[in-house]
Design a protein around this ligand. Structure first.
Ligand code: ADP
Length: 271
């Protein structure tokens, strides 16, 4: 990478606000909901900026951020805490949700629908007006410290109906919809995040938009801003744009040889 490319590359400073470009009114909605103690659900495809957005908001609101990547083996104890054996003694260790509740942090449950419903039940009294966390194993209920915020994300695109969030959980949350940014905004993001010039970023964004327009069931995901940034990073390292896009865009999106060939043809047209 050239030194100017390195300089343009976003390196969110440890103390600075993570770099996030607003796409619509999401910042105003998030801050209003947080001030009112309402829980928030971020809906949108993977790689469209939800995680970066939460990091920027937590920084701006001056709250610590505790992130939990949800999966289907996640248990209530993983969230709330458990007794652990320490040198012959059992000792209670808070889980990330309990820590966030006690510290008044923002707890971000990434891909919450991956978690089983019996795990997410523990969120209900936190998400509604009670704002408290019952810890059965300790026989106590912990009130949320001021500043605590519950934020969950999910991708409505690839969830089965079964895995869909329970209505009673959804109705306790304010929803913010995320889509892909407008081309000029996405171009700015790719240029800055990858450290490539505007015309390279524009090329990648046009390719990304064309792939998103494809009506094929064979793609696991569409080309997200994240994969365009990754392709840009390879270009910033000196890779040829075509090679970069094959590796960072086509490769992650499909394993199907015919669809891969189709994507490579598109890459040849756009880059
Ligand atoms: P998600 O959580 O939705 O899967 P991320 O927040 O991890 O997505 O976004 C993926 C990458 O895309 C980020 O690391 C960042 O480089 C870039 N990005 C996407 N949207 C934005 C945005 N609005 N502002 C700044 N960077 C963005």
């Amino acid at each position: 990478m050239t030194s100017s490319a390195a300089a343009r590359r976003a390196q969110p400073a440890a103390t600075g606000r993570p770099w996030y470009v607003p796409v619509a009114n999401e910042e105003a909605v998030f801050k209003a909901a947080h001030r009112q103690g309402l829980s928030i659900v971020l809906k949108g495809p993977t790689g469209c900026g939800k995680t970066r957005f939460v990091a920027a908001m937590a920084h701006e609101l001056g709250r610590p951020l505790i992130t939990v990547a949800c999966h289907d083996d996640l248990t209530t104890a993983d969230l709330v805490g458990r007794f652990l054996l320490r040198g012959g003694d059992t000792e209670w260790v808070d889980g990330p949700l309990t820590r966030a509740v006690r510290e008044g942090a923002i707890c971000y449950l990434d891909e919450v629908v991956e978690a089983r419903q019996d795990t997410t039940v523990v969120l209900h009294p936190l998400a509604d007006h009670r704002r408290e966390l019952p810890i059965e194993r300790l026989g106590i209920t912990v009130p949320a410290a001021p500043g605590f915020g519950l934020v969950a994300s999910y991708n409505p695109g690839y969830q089965s109906v079964l895995k869909d969030l329970k209505d009673s959980t959804r109705q306790r949350m304010v929803a913010i919809e995320f889509g892909f940014p407008a081309p000029e905004v996405e171009q700015r993001i790719v240029a800055r995040e990858a450290g490539v010039d505007e015309s390279t970023a524009a090329m990648l964004v046009r390719l990304g938009a064309a792939i998103r327009r494809l009506q094929t069931g064979g793609l696991r995901e569409v080309s997200s801003t994240r994969v365009l940034v990754a392709a840009g990073r390879l270009i910033a390292e000196g890779l040829d744009p075509r090679e970069a896009a094959v590796a960072a865009v086509a490769g992650p999106l499909t394993d199907d040889p015919a669809i891969t060939r189709g994507l490579i043809e598109m890459i040849d047209v756009y880059l």
